[in-house]
Design a protein around this ligand. Structure first.
Ligand code: SF4
Ligand code: SF4
Length: 419
């Protein structure tokens, strides 16, 4: 049997088993099918429940029970994969008004029709882009999202990449209050792509936001110096020492739900076969590491094919083994100096305030995710023709980076492919 025939058979088997899985879920919890995301108020609220082959975790004070594996929305999967993912218990889906120019939300609207109450929809918009009439524009933006999603309410509406200035803006807070009172959103959230240690604490402490979506990967827990690489050592306390663990702890203290993203950092998702341990692939080990962090309710993943969906679902309810840890260490040693942890130290040191972490994220979209148009749009929105004028002999960013990234070379590369 050829590889292609075997893949086709895997896919047919997977869909058939999914249909059986869906029936199984229905049998386990009654005619309503998969567990509704919100537990009834009088129910005891466990941190985790396992049903129909999926593990659902409590998303902080929202009390929503969300699938360990969440569906990333940029891009959203093909409807055939999306539907099977729902059948297999994936109930958390993430999007943004900006993903695929609104089509990310539209796709969710089409696929979840008829099973809306079984899904947790989290989406985002950019209130920071509104200069005036902020409250009215926020409300308009959310109403437009509802229309694209073909729903009356969004479970979690997030500020996309917002800092305290945006998230704690009185008009933004007032808009969210009104939207909650009108039943158009249930909870609020914020996504973070940069400097979480400084950006997130005031937002979490404010009490206005119920959910935080942040970049978390095996690389977040590690700092590797050049000497370490030579000695084959990996320094494993970086989550603590970088301050990121204190953000996770603060979220737990305020009962704010945590959703992880960018967990596949460190290379294209495929083409990683050399790191296989037994049946566990490198992407599976990366997911497991993230889901092993206390407080993480769901890890977003790009479920773009049946193979990826199958690979993701296989790790549900499992934890990282010592062999898998060792495989991740090997990968981290090989890739550490290429992976931006989005800590923001370089931008804070930059006299020209070049948005370095954002630029490196654009490169990641381009190189690792194959999102060429998105990477270019995002780069061009952020970088002006004169932005690198101060670079010359400056190397402040390179000296500030705890991970030894050759930032200037990366900026030059970014400009060559994205400008
Ligand atoms: S080299 Fe350029 S990007 Fe880096 S700190 Fe200096 S001015 Fe900023
Ligand atoms: S390039 Fe280095 S300093 Fe800058 S955000 Fe990334 S990891 Fe942090």
């Amino acid at each position: 049997m050829s590889k292609r025939q075997r893949r086709a058979m895997d896919r047919r088997e997977f869909i058939a088993r999914s249909a059986m899985g869906a029936v199984g879920v229905g049998m386990a919890v009654g005619a309503a099918g998969a567990p509704g995301p919100l537990l009834a108020a009088e129910e005891t609220k466990p941190k985790r429940i396992s049903k129909g082959g999926m593990v659902y975790r409590r998303l902080g004070r929202t009390e929503l029970m969300v699938s360990e594996i969440g569906m990333g929305g940029s891009p959203s999967p093909d409807p055939s994969v999306f539907t099977v993912a729902l059948d297999r218990g994936v109930n958390y889906m993430d999007s943004s008004s900006g993903y695929m120019r609104g089509n990310g939300e539209r796709n969710i609207g089409v696929v979840v029709k008829g099973r809306r109450d079984k899904c947790v929809i989290s989406t985002k918009f950019h209130p920071g882009r509104f200069d005036e009439n902020v409250k009215a524009k926020c409300i308009e933006a959310v109403e437009a999202a509802l229309e694209r999603l073909q729903t009356d309410y969004v479970d979690i509406m997030c500020v996309h990449g917002g800092g305290p200035d945006t998230c704690l803006n009185d008009e933004v807070v007032a808009a969210f209050e009104q939207l909650k009172n009108d039943g158009k959103i249930r909870f609020t959230g914020v996504s973070n792509h940069k400097d979480p240690v400084n950006v997130l604490p005031p937002i979490i402490r404010s009490g206005h936001y119920d959910v935080v979506l942040l970049a978390l990967s095996r690389f977040s827990g590690t700092k590797v110096t050049e000497q370490d690489v030579k000695a084959g050592k990996v320094y494993d306390d970086w989550l603590q020492d970088s301050g990121l663990q204190s953000v996770l702890d603060l979220a737990a203290e305020h009962d704010v739900g945590l959703v992880a993203m960018k967990s596949m950092a460190g290379g294209a998702r495929q083409n990683v076969a050399q790191y296989q341990v037994g049946d566990t692939t490198l992407p599976q080990a990366k997911l497991k590491w993230v889901l092993d962090r206390e407080g993480v309710a769901s890890c977003l993943s790009e479920l773009l094919s049946f193979d990826i969906l199958k690979e993701n679902l296989a790790i549900v309810g499992t934890t990282l083994t010592a062999e898998e840890q060792a495989m991740l260490r090997e990968h981290v040693l090989a890739k550490s100096a290429d992976v931006c942890r989005m800590c923001g130290a370089c931008q804070r040191a930059c006299p020209a305030n070049v948005p370095i972490p954002d630029i490196l994220r654009c490169v990641m979209y381009h190189d690792e995710h194959g999102k060429l148009q998105r990477a270019r749009r995002s780069y061009r929105r952020r970088v002006s023709a004169t932005m690198y004028a101060s670079c010359g002999n400056c190397d402040a960013c390179i000296r500030a980076c705890p991970h030894g990234l050759d930032i200037k070379a990366k900026l030059a590369y970014a400009h060559s492919i994205l400008a």
